[in-house]
Design a protein around this ligand. Structure first.
Ligand code: SF4
Length: 465
């Protein structure tokens, strides 16, 4: 099997040359781009909102241990069960155990990236359960046996025609290019599954410590049906989703909608604080919340990059990233794509296998500029590059860098070496771009810069003479 890095290179090389694919992504993001300019209109000061959101999330992350316990206590007091999962295996086993003991047959899910992260669908299906994704985009990619393409728009890489063909083949629907008809086809299929489902699994956008509630924001109403109709509701929650107070949602809900989809507010916003209470006529009989670490505390322990835990998964950094827009979401081979995925995946899945993602950036800074919670994304990519190099620098590289430092710190030696290299440059040009060049691994995709005719030092001297 190809390594993640070589798979990334192969897929990226193929897709950057695929003009049709690139055009599709541009079209899919065109509507989103139109709304970006309206952010300033909706907020008296978008910048102040970003500052406030960054500060609230930073405080939540700094006191995560306290807020998580507060969240748990409040939730348990209303009859919910909380399970702390160190990793994906523990989280999967907990859900599998529940499904077995409840003798479940059908499990309906609303969109949850944590479930993608722990590969829950595969585990449940392997154990014989029927798993149905209820978010329209997720439903489509599930029928195609594909992972989501984007953390907010899972099926953005598909045309209406492709979706129509898919529904015709898998669901026997009449071919159509009408989005409403396509949606109705999915809706008819899904309604039956909601009614049959024994367990509903959702994610959560925020977890409120003060009240012990989860907040789910969506546009289709599917999450509300998923959490409300089946007898058992399971919530998969990354531990970084904590916000301290209920009032914080007045900032984060419109902010997530604005940055994520360009809306003022999403269509449905649910707050859930436990299973059906005494005297209540609907809602699940039991509620389980799985709090997942899976590498997040490793990131928390890194003072340089822990601000990445502020992420509210709005997807805005993917939408503006020139690399994402050219290579697409599947190329990353990760649950979280784009700049935020490139920053956190090495922490969640190991630096050595995933450090190549930090190279998937032009360092233009568009991601940092757009991030509503002010995560310093492009600097974190640089730090990942530095960490990866430091972790596996060879003896020859170490010697080369020491020699370089020795030379540039000595003015006369630097001048002499530059003079020698400049004199040798014509030779380099003969070999350049051929495997005979000793620096071929570097020069095969780059041109060595030509020495300036006069050095800065000479120019300065001439100017002052
Ligand atoms: S890093 Fe920022 S822009 Fe990217 S998904 Fe997270 S919150 Fe949104």
């Amino acid at each position: 099997m190809a390594s993640p890095a070589s798979q990334f290179n192969a897929d990226a090389t193929r897709l950057v040359a695929d003009l049709e694919h690139r055009q599709l992504i541009r079209q899919a993001l065109a509507g989103y781009e139109k709304t970006r300019g309206t952010q300033a209109i909706r907020y008296q000061s978008w910048e102040s909102a970003r500052d406030r959101a960054a500060a609230v999330k930073a405080e939540a992350i700094r006191n995560l241990d306290r807020y998580l316990v507060q969240f748990e206590q409040n939730l348990v007091a209303r009859g919910a069960k909380v399970f702390w999962a160190n990793d994906g295996v523990e989280a999967r086993n907990y859900v599998l155990g529940l499904a077995r003991t409840r003798q479940a047959k059908t499990i309906v899910k609303s969109k949850t990236m944590v479930s993608e992260e722990i590969h829950l669908n595969e585990a449940l299906e392997k154990a014989g359960f029927k798993v149905v994704e209820s978010d329209l985009g997720e439903f489509i990619v599930q029928l195609r046996h594909e992972p989501p393409y984007h953390i907010v728009f899972p099926a953005m890489h598909l045309t209406r025609g492709q979706i129509s063909d898919l529904f015709h083949e898998k669901l026997g629907a009449e071919p159509t290019s009408d989005p409403e008809q396509l949606t109705m086809t999915a809706r008819r299929t899904l309604r039956q599954d909601y009614c049959r489902a024994d367990i509903g699994i959702t994610g959560a956008n925020f977890a409120v410590a003060e009240t012990g509630m989860i907040s789910i924001t969506e546009n289709e109403g599917n999450a509300r049906l998923t959490l409300g109709l089946p007898k058992t509701h399971v919530v998969l929650l990354g531990i970084e989703k904590i916000v301290p107070k209920l009032a914080d949602l007045s900032l984060f809900l419109p902010m997530l909608a604005t940055a994520g989809t360009g809306q003022q507010m999403t269509g449905y916003n649910s707050l859930v604080g436990g299973p059906r209470g005494p005297g209540e006529i609907d809602g699940p009989e039991e509620m389980h919340v799985v709090l997942l670490d899976n590498g997040r505390t490793r990131l928390l322990a890194d003072p340089e990059q822990r601000d990445a835990l502020r992420c509210i998964r709005c997807g805005a950094c993917l939408n503006v990233c020139p690399i994402f827009r050219n290579v697409g979401g599947h190329t990353y081979g990760t649950t979280y794509q784009g700049p935020i995925g490139s920053v956190i995946t090495p922490h969640l899945r190991g630096l050595q296998s995933w450090q190549h993602l930090s190279q998937a950036s032009s360092l233009c800074g568009a991601c940092t500029e757009t991030c509503p919670v002010k995560i310093d994304l492009h600097h974190h990519l640089l730090q990942n590059r530095r960490n990866a190099v430091a972790a596996k620098r060879s003896v020859s590289q170490r010697l080369a860098f020491r020699a370089f430092a020795f030379v540039v710190n000595r003015s006369a030696l630097f001048r002499m070496t530059s003079g020698i290299l400049k004199a040798l440059q014509p030779l380099q040009r003969i070999f350049n771009s051929t495997p005979a060049d000793p620096a071929w691994p570097w020069t095969k995709s780059r041109e060595v810069p030509v020495f300036a005719r006069s050095s800065f030092r000479d120019l300065w001297r001439q100017r002052n003479s």
